[in-house]
Design a protein around this ligand. Structure first.
Ligand code: NAD
Ligand code: ZN
Length: 366
């Protein structure tokens, strides 16, 4: 068991990581139940795979569970489902002092967090993330959102949970492709500023994917601690520190856009290829060594993750991909703020990346 504290100016909260925590959820969550009841919002997949365990442990602690079950998938982060959720919470007479539990991946966490931030001007919520991506990334840091016609995550709020309860054993029922995609965000923390953790990933990462409980818990704790630290320094992404968390995401976003944000390329898969591209581009600029870039590429490849355009199923040319990067980004005279690296664990924000050069690199890097 590990506890990581997120220390913010506004409020602080704990992230508890414990193998089997869902089976003991009564111990952790009963104190948050008003009138002996908790509303648990989840999606249909998670309702089947994990809700029974949570319900049983809460029932054993004399807490009644009111489930709200939404459809699975990214489309659920929409006005329509936000409205449906808010109406359901109001019908259940949720008050400002209540805690709503979000049980699921990043979709449920982002949606429930946003709903909680506006319901009666704000009620409490608890994150119980059930995908690796949600456990190491989206459940920590307080960004909540739904998608708009104009793009993803454009409507939302900064709203921190009261508690994050992580049970790595929930990954037992997650499709391995989803776990692998989430693993890209784990590797990201090593590449940002923790070379020892990247070396751990190279040695032990395969155990995490194979379901080893110790490896899962260690990687989740280290990732969450890394994110908590960065968020603590820059809660609202004003100083640029928090932007480091977007390593691989500018390239990744372009690859996701080119594949239509579809199942062809999951977000974490796009990030994996994006990080490999960011390192190879950094090597091309002479910022880091070719050996460092090769290490990054080799590890992602060994873990079965996309690591170049071909393995990401992207055929578009460099100019088209750069055009995707510019969508919803500010451009200053043909340049774009870009995360590059001086080495493994030495990521920095470059403000003067020349887009034509990025396009040329993408055309050569095939
Ligand atoms: P997801 O929530 O869609 O979950 C992926 C799939 O796995 C879904 O089909 C879900 O039903 C299923 N699932 C979840 N847990 C399961 C389990 N334990 N067993 C079986 N099936 C399970 O996707 P995700 O990758 O967790 O999250 C993606 C979302 O997170 C995106 O909308 C993204 O914008 C958001 N996100 C937010 C932040 C943030 O800071 N708030 C950060 C990164 C990503
Ligand atoms: Zn990401």
């Amino acid at each position: 068991m590990a506890v990581v504290r997120v220390a913010l100016d506004t409020r602080s909260y704990d992230i508890v990581i414990e193998q089997g925590a869902l089976t003991r959820a009564g111990t952790y969550l009963a104190g948050y139940a008003r009138k002996g009841r908790l509303v648990v919002v989840t999606d249909a997949h998670v309702a089947k795979a994990q809700l029974p365990r949570l319900e049983a442990s809460l029932r054993a602690a004399n807490v009644a569970v009111e489930p709200v079950i939404l459809p699975p998938g990214e489309q659920t982060k929409s006005w329509r489902h936000l409205e449906e959720l808010l109406d359901a919470l109001l019908a259940l007479e949720i008050e400002r002092g209540d805690h709503v539990v979000a049980l699921g991946g990043g979709v449920i966490g982002d949606l429930v967090g946003f709903a909680a931030s506006i319901l009666k001007r704000g009620c409490h919520f608890i994150q119980v993330p059930t995908t690796l991506l949600a456990q190491v990334d989206s459940s920590v840091g307080g960004k909540t959102a739904i998608n708009a016609r104009a793009g993803k995550n454009l409507i939302g709020s900064f709203y921190q949970p009261a508690l994050v309860l992580i049970d790595p054993s929930t990954l037992d029922t997650l499709p391995v492709r989803e776990t692998r995609a989430g693993y890209a965000e784990v590797v990201k923390y090593g590449l940002i500023d923790d070379p020892d953790f990247f070396a751990w990933c190279e040695e032990e990462g395969h155990k995490l994917l194979a379901g080893d409980a110790g490896a899962r818990e260690y990687a989740i704790e280290r990732s969450v601690a890394a994110k908590a630290k960065i968020v603590g320094e820059d809660e609202r992404e004003t100083s640029g520190r928090r932007a480091l968390l977007n390593l691989g995401h500018t390239f990744g976003h372009a690859l996701e856009a080119d594949t239509g944000f579809s199942d062809t390329l999951l977000h974490g898969e796009g990030v994996a290829a994006g990080m490999a591209l960011a390192f190879r581009y950094s090597a091309r600029l002479g910022l880091c060594t070719g050996e460092d870039a090769d290490r990054v590429t080799a590890h992602l490849k060994a873990m079965g993750l996309p690591h170049d355009l071909a393995s990401a199923h992207v055929t578009a040319d460099g100019a088209t991909l750069v055009a995707h990067m510019l969508h919803d980004k500010k451009m200053a005279a043909g340049t774009l703020p870009f995360l590059l690296a001086r080495g493994i664990g030495r990521t920095f924000l470059s403000k003067d990346v020349v887009l034509d050069d990025v396009a040329a690199f993408l055309d050569e890097d095939r």
